[in-house]
Design a protein around this ligand. Sequence first.
Ligand code: PAF
Length: 289
Amino acid sequence: MLPIETSPEGVRAWCAAQRSEGRTLGFVPTMGALHEGHLQLIDALKARGAERMVVSIFVNPTQFGPTEDFAKYPRVLAADCAKLVARGVDLVFAPDQSTMVRNEERTAVRVNELTEHLCGPLRPGHFEGVATVVTKLLSIVGPCDAAFGRKDYQQFKVIERLVTDLFLPVRVHGIPTVREPDGLALSSRNAYLSLEERLRAAVVPNALRAAVEAHTHGERDASVVRSVLQNALREVDRIEYAEVCDADTLRPLPDKTADRVLFVLAVRVGNTRLIDNFVTTEDVLFRSA
Ligand code: PAF
């Protein structure tokens, strides 16, 4: 039976007991509705030597805007736990909302600069919500290693930054995006797509690939590769952003691209918001089936 803890004190005690027996802890924070992308975060930490695995499942209200999908976000705890057992997870932390977000709370974690671009201005308060809840989760679990998906590249960079700036004693790992055979990045939100939208969503990885290929073939004018990316996204319903950025600062590149470039986008297909990205020196170019 996979133990499911709902209290921070219970998780703290379990994790402390593991540490006192000399075992290393790996931690994967999630909002549930788990797919292969989440499960590969677990595999990645085990491959790096984590001896006990903790996964949290918490749909964090503070990272959703008032018009976003907090209410309809899929909550499927039993199905998630079955997947976690099969992947050899040792403890699930599934706290209540009132435990994690208390009315009397006055503390928040804000990461500056990295949050000023891309999703930051479009989702006010989002990264503060993420940074605060991740700080709480890391403080409760106290893992040696924690893994985050690189599909949420900006989130990954924000978490790396907060761990460095707050001297948190954890190694943060960004794990490559897992994709469907047609290249679409796995996401819990893909479940919102109708069949027609799902077929159309293949344009997202195809557009990224077109821009990356232009860059690989020597195009170094940022406005040209940005246009390649944006023009290839014509079939989506809305482009929130489709940018060519510095992969460390996340600032859009004004003129010349470098060798290490982040191609990054957020679009709507129907009402569903999809994000994706590619970092030239780190990611492997995917092929459509
Ligand atoms: O990426 C997610 O699922 C969430 O943003 C996270 C990191 C679990 C924080 O709520």
